[in-house]
Design a protein around this ligand. Structure first.
Ligand code: ADP
Ligand code: ZN
Length: 218
């Protein structure tokens, strides 16, 4: 068991980052910091940030770099992240964000960036079946046989399709991933901080692959 971890998980939408990050966060006892979850919480709470971000998110666009860098800068200063570390999910998403993160973490650099690799065809199929609890964020896979309204087994909240999991928004997000986020793989790769992990297969197998490379990086 390692005394904390400072990780970034990259990967296409639907690669399983959310599920794996929750497990990694328990395993290494570090906070899972998901910018998507933070933005969705702000939308639910009708916070100023949420009002601004909702339209962009529903259209499958990216929220501005300055805003995102501000949110993450503040979050990483909190005690849990300072002492234990962090698993960043959804940030950085652009090279500008990655450069800002390098500055924010200059005293405590990242251990590694993991690219959870799943081909585009596979994630397209996963995303069209994805349903999410609007209260606790638990993910489900729709079979079409569910009773409506669909109630979350974990918290009793409503299980729904995300506003940005419609086919148009999904395609837009995947295109943005190729143009804006894929260059990050180069950014971290050129600094020798990138490990590619195959994200296809049973979640338990993917989890074992992840802990193996993370333990090796410490
Ligand atoms: P996904 O990876 O499935 O697109 P997320 O839950 O990570 O979903 O993010 C949902 C949406 O929140 C994104 O499509 C984008 O609009 C916004 N978002 C999240 N993180 C960032 C970020 N680092 N920079 C800009 N926008 C972001
Ligand atoms: Zn729930």
């Amino acid at each position: 068991m390692i005394p904390g971890a400072r990780l970034i998980i990259l990967g296409r939408q639907g690669a399983g980052k959310g599920t794996q990050c929750v497990r990694l966060s328990r395993h290494y006892v570090v906070p899972h910091i998901s910018t998507g979850d933070m933005l969705r919480a702000a939308v639910r709470e009708r916070a100023e940030l949420g009002l601004m971000a909702k339209e962009i998110m529903d259209a499958g666009g990216l929220v501005g770099d300055d805003i995102m860098i501000g949110i993450i800068g503040a979050r990483l200063q909190r005690a849990d992240a300072e002492t234990r570390g962090f698993i960043l999910d959804g940030f950085p998403r652009t090279v500008t964000q990655a450069e800002a993160l390098d500055k924010i973490t200059v005293d405590r650099p990242l251990h590694i960036a993991v690219d959870l690799d799943v081909p585009r065809e596979v994630v397209l199929a996963r995303l069209s079946a994805r349903r999410v609890c609007r209260d606790c964020g638990t993910n489900y896979t729709a079979t079409g046989m569910e009773r409506q309204p669909w109630i979350c087994e974990v918290c009793g909240g409503d299980v729904m399709q995300r506003g940005d999991d419609t086919p148009d928004a999904v395609n837009r997000r995947l295109d943005l991933y190729e143009t804006q986020t894929a260059p990050l793989i180069q950014h971290f790769g050129s600094q020798d901080r990138l490990v590619v992990v195959d994200g296809v297969g049973h979640p338990d197998d993917v989890f074992r692959r992840l802990t193996t490379v993370i333990d090796d990086s410490q």
